[in-house]
Design a protein around this ligand. Structure first.
Ligand SMILES: C=C1C[C@]23C[C@@]1(O)CC[C@H]2[C@@]12CC[C@H](O)[C@@](C)(C(=O)O1)[C@H]2[C@@H]3C(=O)O
Ligand SMILES: O=C(O)CCC(=O)C(=O)O
Ligand SMILES: [Fe+2]
Length: 324
């Protein structure tokens, strides 16, 4: 990746995704974000203001959890799809070389979940809460900058959904064991940690340790590796943002490769910013005005989420909401 205001081409001919420095001038940053969302549906932010201590604490709790025995991990008593999972992704047969912990991102749910996740539940709870609050704040700032860059007159047009007390946002920790860690021989691994997909929510904020494997697809379908950087956060446009912007932004298809060669395990911590279940989603009038008609019919997040869970990971679920 290269810090720049345009789309940099690396010498190899590969694309470097935009890196946006949040300490720069606000209107410059908001324009860069809109361009990045249009060109890639993806960018990295640096100088984001989330303290390293908060990130390290969260990562440590994650590693501590995944180091437990199978029995201990499987005893996390949360209703599916929340809780602990290993290899299975969703309900429709998708598989990957990944273990995960999926939680609701509100403090009451985190507090409740902590009791079955950690013996030191108070510490787990406060660590996850600190992280979630900090990353939610970052997500809101980014959404407000994007609204400004799009000249939407209500700068809270997107962020209000995830600021809402009933927001259905999630927090997920994915653990990709190194082949040395893994019980399965390397030749049995199919190479995929988390298969190709777009995220259904509004915006995703992804952090990972210094182990590679995360990839994003360009609009033409070419896969590009995202170099790991534990100092930055990856920002991914979700399906709802595509609907809000009437297709001006496209949700980014991404995947994580399994760790088949390295000796280190990869851990990623992901915040998915989502609206409340009852919230209506429809293209915002300012964007439609320039494009003449709405590409998508209005729908609730509840309806979209149900559709998402009835489909496979890689399906293009937003197509089902297109106006014909
Ligand atoms: C196969 C599936 C897993 C998923 C729900 C789905 O039916 C399709 C989307 C998947 C996804 C991708 C982004 C997030 O990781 C996630 C929690 C979400 O909201 O949609 C997962 C779902 C999951 O793992 O439960
Ligand atoms: O773990 C990663 O790096 C990506 C996983 C992902 O895209 C997801 O959980 O939705
Ligand atoms: Fe994802």
């Amino acid at each position: 990746m290269v810090v720049a205001s345009s789309i940099p081409q690396l010498s190899s001919g590969a694309v470097g995704f935009p890196i946006i420095d949040l300490s720069l001038d606000r209107s410059h940053v908001s324009n860069l974000m809109v361009k990045a969302c249009e060109d890639f549906g993806f960018f990295k932010v640096i100088n984001h203001g989330v303290p390293k201590l908060v990130i390290d604490g969260m990562e440590k709790e994650g590693l501590n959890f995944f180091s437990k025995t199978d029995l201990e991990k499987r005893s996390v008593g949360l209703l599916k799809p929340l809780g602990y999972g290993s290899k299975n992704i969703g309900f429709n047969g998708d598989m990957g070389d990944v273990e995960y912990l999926l939680l609701h991102a509100n403090s009451q749910s985190i507090s409740q979940a902590s009791k079955s996740i950690s013996k030191n539940s108070a510490q787990f709870c406060s660590t996850v809460n600190y992280y979630t609050q900090a990353v939610k704040k970052l997500a809101c700032e980014i959404l407000e900058l994007i609204a400004e860059g799009l000249w939407v007159h209500d700068k809270y047009a997107f962020s209000r959904y995830i600021r809402d007390i009933d927001s259905d946002s999630l927090i997920r920790i994915n653990y990709y064991p190194s082949c040395i860690d893994s019980a399965a021989p390397v030749h049995q691994s199919h190479g995929i940690g988390f298969g190709e997909h777009s995220d259904p929510q509004i915006l995703t904020i992804l952090h990972s340790n210094e182990v590679g494997g995360f990839q994003v697809a360009l609009h033409d379908g070419t896969w590009v590796a995202v170099p790991p950087d534990s100092m930055g956060f990856n920002v991914i446009v979700g399906d709802l943002m595509q609907a809000f912007t009437n297709g001006r932004f496209k949700s980014a298809r991404h995947r994580a490769l399994a760790n088949t060669t390295g000796s280190e395990s990869r851990i990623s911590i992901i915040y998915f910013g989502a609206p409340p279940m009852h919230a209506m989603v429809y293209p915002i009038p300012e964007v439609v005005k320039h494009m003449h008609h709405s590409l998508y019919r209005p729908f609730t997040w509840d309806e979209f989420k149900k559709t998402t869970y009835s489909l496979r990971l890689g399906d293009q679920r937003l197509d089902l909401f297109k106006v014909l």
